[in-house]
Write a protein that binds this ligand. Sequence first.
Ligand code: PEP
Ligand code: MG
Length: 746
Amino acid sequence: MADGLESESRKLLKRLRDTMAEEAAGQARLDKITDLTADSMGTEVCSIYLFRDEDTLELCATQGLKPEAVHQTRMKLGEGLVGRVARRGKPINSADAPSERGFRFMPETGEEIYSSFLGVPIQRLGEKLGVLVVQSKQARAFTEDEVYALEVVAMVLAEMAELGVFVGEGAALKARHTQAVMLRGTTGQEGTAMGHVWLHEPRVVVTKVVADDPETEALRLTEAVEKLRVSVDEILADAGTDSEQVEVLEAYRMFANSKGWLRRMDEDIARGLSAEAAVEKEQSQARARMAQATDPYLRDRLHDLDDLSNRLLRILTGQGSETGSEMPEDPILIARNIGPGELLEYGRKLKGVVLEEGSVGSHAAIVARALAIPLVVHAARITNEALTGDRIMVDGEQGIVHLRPDESVVNAFRDKIAMQAKAQERYASIRDTPCVTVCGTRIEMQMNAGLMADLPSLGNSGAEGVGLFRTELQFLVRNQMPRRTELAALYARVLDAAQGKRVVFRTLDIGSDKVLPYMKPNDEPNPALGWRAIRVGLDKPGVLRMQLQALLRAANGRPLSVMFPFVAQYDEFASARAEVDKAIDREVRLGHTLPETIEIGAMLETPSLAFASQRLFDEVEFLSVGGNDLKQFFFAADRENERVRKRYDTLNLSFLTFLQGIVARCRESGTRLSFCGEDAGRPIEAVCLAAIGFECLSMRPASVGPVKSLLMRTDLGALREVIEQSRARGDQSVREAVMQYLRANA
Ligand code: PEP
Ligand code: MG
C-alpha cells in the first residue's frame, strides 16, 4: 500500500474524529463527514444512505447531490446500485455506473452527470446500517486502496453510531443499544419473566476507534495475538481427546496464525484505526459472510472466527467476564448458546433465558424446563442487541423478547404478569383438593422432574407424585460418568424429598438429541430413529446395571418404581426386566435390603408398542405414554424441527383415535396408564386426554394448577360427546369444537 495513501487515510480519520469530538447535532455531523470524505477522496460527491426501516434506505446527507433530495430520496433494499451494495454487504465499484445492471436513476438528486460510482456498506457486526457512496464525473474505476479507505470510513461511521454520536434532531443514524427492540424467537419453555440482561459472554464495547500512532497500535495487536495464541494452545493441551472441542480449537489456532487475517488488521491500523477497531472490522466482515454462507461447515468456522475475535477484543480492551459488572438481582441470561452444565451453575437465580441459537429439544432447553424458567430460543441478533443491565421482558408463551421496552409495553407486560399471579392464587386454593371433574372422574395429577431442585415443587404445585423422573439430566450435567454410589445417594435424596409420594424413575434416556459429553457420539444418519434409550441400555448393559443397582439401594426398604424408555417391542421390555431381576438377585446375595415393592413399567413412545402382543400388557405394571416422541413418530414430524413440529395438532382425530386404542387395551388388561409428554401440561390438550380415558397425567410442575383448574370445571362426558360429534362431522382436529365448548361451559 502506498505510504501517501496511508497518511491521507490517517489524516481523514483524524479529521473525522475531531468532527465527532465537536459539539454538534447529529445531522451537522453527517454533513461534515460527507464534506470531509469527498474532499479527501477527491470526488465531487459523497453521500450517506441510512436504513429507515428494515428494507428502506434514505439519503441522509450529501456533498454534491442536490440538497433538497436529502431525506426525500428513498430506495428499497436491492434497488439501484445503493440498494444492491446494502443487500450484498459488499462494495460496488464502477467507472460507468449508468450502464451497470440494476442502476436506477434518481432525477431529484441530479446524479445523472456522475459517471463513476463507489459504494460501500456501513455495517457493524453483521447489522446493516446503510451505505456510503462517492461519485465523480470522470469515468474511472476506483483503486483497491481507495475502496479500502472508504470502507474504513464506513467502519468509523458504524462505530460512532454505536456510541450514539449521531443522535439528535433530524439525524437518522440511531444509537444502537438505546432503542426498544422486539425480537421474535421460538418458545423453549412457557412462562413470563421481567428482569435485566446478564450476558453470558459480555460484549466488548470499542470506545477508541481512531488512533494517532499506528506503530503503538500494531505492537498492541501483535502482543494481544501472541497472548491469544498461548491461551489457545493451553486450552488445546487441556482439551484431551474430546474430538469436537479439539476441532474447534484447531480452527482457532489456524485463524490465530492466519497471515491474511493478521495482515488485513495491520493494514487497517496503518490507515488510522485502533487495534480493537481493526479486529472488529474483520469480525464484521466475517459476520457478513456468515449471514450468506449456506455450507454448515463454513458457518461453523466463521462462528469460530467470531469467537476468536471476541477473545482478542477482550485481551485488547481488558474487558471480559471479569469486568466487575454486578449480576442484576433479576438476571435474564442471554447467550448465543449454552451447555446444560453452565446453565445449571446459574441455577434458579435466573429469571429467564434467551438464546440466539439453541433448539427446543436441546439440553439447555431440558435444563431450563427442569428449572422452570421461561426460555426463548432462536432469538436472532439478541447477543448483538443486548447489553448487560438492559431491561428485558421474556414472553415464553409467545416466544417474544422485549429489549429496553417502552413504558406502554412494560405496563402491558405487568398486567399480564399480574393476571398470571391472580391465576396462581386461584390454583393455590385448589392445591390440596383432589382433582375430580364435574362428572365425578378422579384424575391423578403427577409432575415431571429431573433434578433434585425440582422436588420442592412437589409440595408447591400440588402434584401427587413424580410421574416421570428423567434420570439422564444427572448424566448430562456432568463431565464424567457418575459413580453408582453418587447416583444411589442422589436417588435416595429424591425419595426422601418426595416423602412417600410415588416417584417413577425412568432409566437413562440418551441418544438422539441427548448426547453425553463424555461418550463418543455416534455419527448416525437419523439419531431420533437411532441407537438411543433402552437400545443403548440393552446393547451395552453396564450403565443400565449400575443404574438399577443404584435405584435398588436408594429405595432401601421403600417402594420403587422404574420405567424403561423407548420400548418398541415386547422382548426389549422382557430383557430389561430380566436385568432388574438379576440386579435384585445380586442385592440379595450381598445381603442388602430390597425395596418394599418394585413396580416395573415402560414408556409407550413408538406406535409399534400400542400393537404389541398381549404379553406386554399383562406383564408391565404400568405404561406411560411419552407423547413427545409418540407424536413425532405417529406424524413422522421431528419434534426438534421448527418447520414441522407444530404442523400436526395433538388434537388431530387420527392421533386421538390412536390414543383411544391404547386406553382400550390397557382397560381390557387392567394395565395402569398415564400420559407424560408435554401435552399433558397444556390445559386444552389435557382435558381432551382425560375425556378419552387417561386418568393420570404427568406434567411440568407449573402446569399442575392450570390443568387441574380446568379439569375441575369440565364435564368429561359432555366433552366426549363434543369429540364424537366432531368425528362424525369429519373434522381433522377437535380443537375448534372443544375450544368452543369450553368457552361456553368451563
Ligand atoms: C416423551 O417423549 O414424551 C417424554 C416424556 O420423554 P422425553 O421428552 O424425555 O423424550
Ligand atoms: Mg421420549
